[in-house]
Design a protein around this ligand. Structure first.
Ligand code: FE
Length: 342
């Protein structure tokens, strides 16, 4: 009986740690959704033996890390925008990382100069426009969104959402607060309805004839166009095309999804390995194929559907510079009462 018990215990240990691999663990906070991140993490664990424990979050993670102080249980965090990474940096909650792999795989403009955060994918905040009701060339610039020709034609989610805060912060960084305020008032005047719903709901607005122009992150078009579970989204995708902004000017605004190691992480080395894996060809391809995002690592292919929308000129404004204006952007949204609609 005793021998049997020892054998059983040994079997369990062998099962949880692949032979020849030192099995550690990483505790992760993730703003990224399970459908995307779980297969990527499973692949990481399969290759390294390192287990990843994830807590998925939508809001409040930064406060959670702050209030936990030295007892913070998380080693790393994944976000869907630069704003939250910069907020963590500002609160001095990130641990610098010096990794030859990350420095080689991620272009310098998509990572913090001292290794406090790393961009893993880029996302363009584009216009989806009605194929029938918007003529080619009618909408070319962010400034056009505020032009009277767009009156009553724009659908947008809340101005307070991190994706819109990033965009408005970029306008402030380029043009200053005075011009940005004029612009935001103009966009508000042109709204077809009060800001509501998520990015996909704006494309639905075009399908339903509520508006002609929807401001969304590019990958949502890929997700809608291929949505087998909710085929109605394919119909929304069918009536729109992608319009990149400012191609003859400063280029299309992009944001990043990214990662950082949290200060005093107890599993720092393994957490770095995880981020290195997220920047590898394997994970970068998964981001592209599962969620239609643009990989940051050069040479990794984007999804063929995304490829079909064409290449575009990126706004090269420094991401930290954009993030620096996020509080001003949030104040501006309140000041013009953007979310109350036109
Ligand atoms: Fe998103």
């Amino acid at each position: 009986m005793r021998n049997l018990l020892i054998f059983a215990v040994a079997s369990i240990v062998m099962l949880s740690a692949p032979a020849g691999l030192a099995a550690g663990e990483v505790n992760l906070y993730s703003y990224r959704q399970p459908f995307l991140i779980e297969p990527i993490l499973a692949e990481f664990t399969r290759r390294t033996g390192i287990e990843v424990n994830v807590v998925f979050a939508r809001k409040g993670m930064i406060e959670k890390i702050k209030s936990a102080g030295a007892n913070n249980p998380a080693d790393a965090i994944l976000t869907v925008d630069i704003g939250r990474l910069d907020a963590l940096r500002e609160a001095d909650l990130l641990e610098p990382v010096d990794s030859a792999v990350l420095n080689a795989n991620i272009p310098a403009n998509f990572r913090h100069p001292d290794g406090l955060w790393f961009g893993l994918t880029t996302r363009a905040r584009v216009a989806l426009v009605s194929k029938d009701r918007v003529t080619p060339g009618e909408l070319k610039t962010l400034a056009d969104l505020a032009d009277p020709k767009m009156q009553g034609r724009i659908c947008m989610r809340s101005g307070k959402h991190v994706y819109n805060i990033g965009l408005i912060a970029a306008v402030i960084a380029h043009d200053g607060e005075v011009v940005a305020e004029q612009w935001l008032r103009g966009v508000k005047r042109n709204l077809a309805r009060k800001p509501q719903g998520n990015d996909r709901a704006q494309a639905k607005g075009i399908y339903e004839g509520v508006c002609d122009v929807a401001l969304t992150n590019h990958y949502y078009l890929g997700k809608m166009a291929t949505n087998e579970q909710k085929p109605e989204q394919k119909r929304w995708a069918n009536v729109v095309r992608v319009q990149f902004f400012d191609q003859n000017g400063r280029g299309q605004h992009v944001n990043i999804s990214g990662a950082g190691i949290i200060k005093n992480a107890s599993n720092k080395a393994d957490a770095v390995k995880l981020i290195e894996f997220l920047a590898s060809d394997t994970a970068q391809s998964m981001y592209a194929s599962l969620n239609f995002e643009y990989p940051v690592k050069s040479g990794v292919k984007t999804h063929p559907l995304v490829e079909s929308w064409g290449s575009f000129k990126i706004d090269t404004l420094d991401l930290e510079e954009i993030a620096r204006h996020r509080d001003a952007a949030s104040r501006l949204v309140d000041k013009v009462r953007f979310d109350f609609g036109s």
